[in-house]
Design a binder for this molecule. Sequence first.
Ligand SMILES: [Zn+2]
Length: 194
Amino acid sequence: MAVNVHHDLPPEELTFHWKSGRLCLDFVATVGERWRRSFERLRTPEDLARWVAGTGTLAAPPRVSRRQLAAGRELREAINRLARPGVDPEAGDRDELNRRAARPAFAPQLTSEGNLAWTAAHPVEAMFAAIARDAVDLLTGPLAGRIRECAAPDCALLFVDASRPGRRRWCSTEACGNRTRTKAYRQRRKEPAR
Ligand SMILES: [Zn+2]
């Protein structure tokens, strides 16, 4: 499904989600409501810079070009098709992922305060490499079969179910789980007693 760029969305729709438990799936979540409106949260290079800053990898948002924004969206859609249960990847998706994963990612650095910092000659490309490597790791690791689509019909975010029984249904119990349960409860109440 095509991703739509709207310029009149309220700010809360453009909020990034960080609850999938994986960098690569948080990146996939930069498209809102893939099940319905499928709207773009990375509308401008500045949006992508804000997302990169939101990962906490860099101290300041990097400069992003239009070309990098387009490349990021391409990588994101490839990961979405490769990871989403019940969706078939397109012909070039695996190559796209592998090409990005092969590029240099961030290097760890020791700061003067004794903390860890990350550096890269090309921070945006390094971010793409980190996202792609995370996706390869996820798709080839023990949690590959635990990638789920949130069961709330108005959510559809991807998340990784790392729980021992593996029966998690919602991206977040506090948000989608409670909302869905309350709705079901209200619907049951409306039905006549038998
Ligand atoms: Zn959800």
